[in-house]
Design a protein around this ligand. Structure first.
Ligand SMILES: O=C(O)CCC(=O)C(=O)O
Ligand SMILES: [Fe+2]
Length: 339
């Protein structure tokens, strides 16, 4: 029997994504915490994805962040380009439509071929990293106007809020694995995470008719530990099923979609899955699809940490599949390939 805190968010084509009441882990009794943590871990081990409700981030805070994001993307193009994304090491700033082709290919020529097939991703984005990194300052619009200052304050605040949730979800994973529930704290407290605002502009149905491979964001896996994904109600996010088909990850109000990413899969000796996902034409038919907004908070182990298999995920029957690796180097390497 499923614990009370667990229901289903997506159940299709053998893809079972659980919907989890996170408050049961944070403030339940010992038994409830354990069963909830196990369900969270199992979601990451089987689907690679879970949905969280009662995650502790106030609805008003999420709404304000979405509103600030929409205001940001309405700025003049020339102004946004003064804040442009520069290097994988910095990974901060604005990317105009067509700049990034989201994919998990690593060869530049392969990525160009994919771009020709699927078209450029129909999106623009703004990346915000940990503030106060001397070599890689964030790019803020506070240089332009008062609104820019409000934007900066909200984004810094939201970055911190999401950092705490990262630590809590990792703690649930540790508890589910049966190791010290604070095992990951010292790996995640640095806040080397990236807040990415995404805007998929309004698009005509025709665009997808003309090129059946056209996507809003190409199929890819994420790179770090986990991603907290806030999506609006527009739809179009899809997750790869175990049978190899893309299944709609339908928006559910007031939830966060959380997916495990590549470095966590590696860290867990491949017991946790980093599953491909993409953004396509929304399933609801319309001549013109309205703009879609999402906010992805990419969590990473502290860049200075060495990442080697988590205790309990390897042994005589399951030898380590990977060498240890430095978190920051791994991530810069992965980012270098897609821009
Ligand atoms: O916009 C979305 O819903 C997904 C975005 C995403 O997967 C990403 O940026 O890595
Ligand atoms: Fe992603």
């Amino acid at each position: 029997m499923k614990p009370a805190a667990v229901s289903s968010a997506v159940s299709s084509d053998s893809l079972e994504i659980p919907l989890i009441d996170f408050s049961a882990f944070v403030s339940g009794d010992a038994t409830t915490r354990r069963t909830t943590a196990r369900a969270i871990l199992e979601g990451f081990q089987t689907a690679g994805f879970i949905y969280l409700r009662n995650h502790g981030i106030p609805k008003a805070d999420v709404q304000t962040t979405f509103a600030e994001s929409a205001k940001f993307f309405k700025r003049p193009q020339a102004q946004k380009e003064l804040m442009c994304w520069t290097t994988p090491e910095a990974n901060r700033g604005y990317s105009q439509p067509g700049r990034e082709k989201t994919t998990d290919l690593t060869d530049a020529a392969d990525i160009e071929a994919k771009r020709a097939e699927e078209g450029a991703d129909l999106k623009e984005s703004m990346e915000i990293g940990r503030e106060g990194e001397p070599n890689h300052p964030n790019q803020w619009p506070d240089q332009f106007d008062e609104d820019g200052k409000v934007f900066k304050e909200q984004m810094l605040d939201f970055h911190d809020t999401c950092k705490e949730l990262h630590i809590q979800v990792m703690s649930a994973i540790a508890y589910g694995l049966g190791i010290d529930e604070h095992y990951f704290d010292g790996f995640c407290d640095g806040g080397d995470n990236t807040l990415r605002l995404l805007h998929y502009p309004e698009v005509r149905h025709e665009v997808f008719l003309k090129n059946k491979n056209q996507v809003r964001a190409g199929a890819h896996t994420d790179y770090g530990s986990i991603t907290l994904l806030f999506q609006d109600m527009a739809g179009g996010l899809q997750v790869l099923s175990p049978n190899g088909n893309f299944v709609d990850a339908t928006p559910i109000e007031d939830t966060i979609v959380v997916n495990a990413a590549d470095l966590l899969a590696r860290w867990s000796n491949e017991t946790i899955k980093s599953t491909k996902h993409r953004v396509v034409e929304p399933p609801l038919k319309a001549d013109v699809h309205p703009a879609r907004y999402s906010i992805a908070y990419f969590c990473n182990p502290n860049f200075d940490r060495h990442i080697d298999a988590i205790p309990g995920t390897y042994g005589e029957e399951r030898p380590k599949k990977h060498e240890g690796i430095n978190s920051g180097e791994y991530l810069a390497q992965r980012l270098a390939a897609t821009y």
